[in-house]
Design a protein around this ligand. Structure first.
Ligand SMILES: [Zn+2]
Length: 323
């Protein structure tokens, strides 16, 4: 979703939604859905770990934001409001499942998201090995860091938007994303050594009994408590270190500011890899039916049970509850 401009609705989308709400029509709903639903659905899946719940929350999020669109000052905050409402509904209804969200099946992550996006710097052999491991490595990143990384890198939100969504400062967002890159790279280094066919380290097998997978099987994510020791092991063990991809090696981000920038770009390209599971079209149809002139099914109920809004339409959350 990044690079070449993040996708978004046409100018005037917030006003169109507000007008539709005021006149009881579906005005603006389809366009906002088409621009943001895939990303919101993926985000809700990550937060709840469940596709059905994610679909319900996507549906409700559009209804809730539609009812608050008149509080927005133009379109600048529309995407942040959608993500913020989706997040508050996930936390309110489904609890916080971020740390247990299962990675997508590796087969879905083997394709680069968009034509033209390339994972720079990897030999073909390494690239083929690394792509199926990306979702597993992401699952090994701590929940708060992973959420910030996904919002900024996969969903293309800028730091100001992510700060609104997460209800933290922009500086905090930057720190979380930076930490997430390191954790992700560590997990990917560990996994890439674990699954290397020539790797035969008995110590690593003891350290990560579920980490070594053969054939098409995907290894288990690294336990957060073992991320650092496993990372230190593969970086320093004479049997393991030769199998660490050079671009992800710890030295890769220590070559000054430019080295860090290249390292961040490499990680971001990997994290952005893999198509999202598209939002269900049934939700789109249901929304259009439920916002049309003849039906307001569940809309009142949805709005009634939503997390209450502040004056600017953003959810009233207890600050830093989750981060
Ligand atoms: Zn070793």
């Amino acid at each position: 979703m990044r690079g070449g401009g993040a996708p978004g609705a046409r100018p005037g989308a917030a006003a169109a939604l507000a007008r539709g709400y005021a006149e009881g029509s579906a005005h603006g709903v389809a366009e906002v859905y088409d621009a943001y639903a895939d990303g919101l659905f993926a985000y809700c899946r990550m937060l709840t770990g469940d596709g059905r719940t994610a679909a319900e929350i996507l549906h409700d999020t559009v209804l809730i934001v539609r009812a608050r669109a008149d509080l927005l000052d133009g379109d600048a905050q529309l995407r942040a409001l959608l993500y913020a409402v989706a997040r508050s509904e996930c936390m309110h209804r489904g609890g916080d499942h971020r740390s247990s969200a299962l990675p997508q099946p590796a087969a879905q992550s083997c394709q680069v998201r968009r034509p033209g996006v390339v994972v720079l710097g990897f030999a073909v052999r390494d690239r083929g090995r690394l792509l199926p491991l990306i979702p597993v490595a992401l699952a090994g990143v701590a929940a708060a860091e992973r959420e910030a990384l996904e919002l900024v890198v996969r969903h293309g939100l800028d730091e100001a938007e992510a700060a609104r969504v997460l209800d933290v400062s922009q500086r905090r967002v930057a720190r979380l994303v930076d930490g997430a890159r390191d954790q992700f790279a560590t997990c990917l280094r560990v996994h890439s050594v674990c699954v290397h066919p020539e790797q035969e380290c008995a110590e690593l097998a003891v350290l990560l009994p579920g980490g070594v997978a053969s054939g098409a099987a995907v290894p288990e994510p690294v336990d957060p408590a073992l991320r650092v020791p496993a990372g230190l092991h593969v970086d320093s063990c004479p049997s393991c270190a030769p199998f660490v991809p050079a671009e992800l090696a710890p030295e890769a981000d220590q070559a000054g500011q430019s080295g860090r920038a290249v390292f961040a770009a490499t990680v971001d390209a990997l994290v952005s890899t893999g198509p999202p599971r598209p939002a269900p079209l049934s939700v789109r149809a249901e929304l259009l039916r439920g916002t049309g002139p003849r039906a307001h099914r569940d809309a009142g109920h949805v709005l009634g049970r939503a997390v209450p809004a502040q004056r600017d339409g953003f959810p009233r959350t207890r600050r830093r509850r989750f981060l």
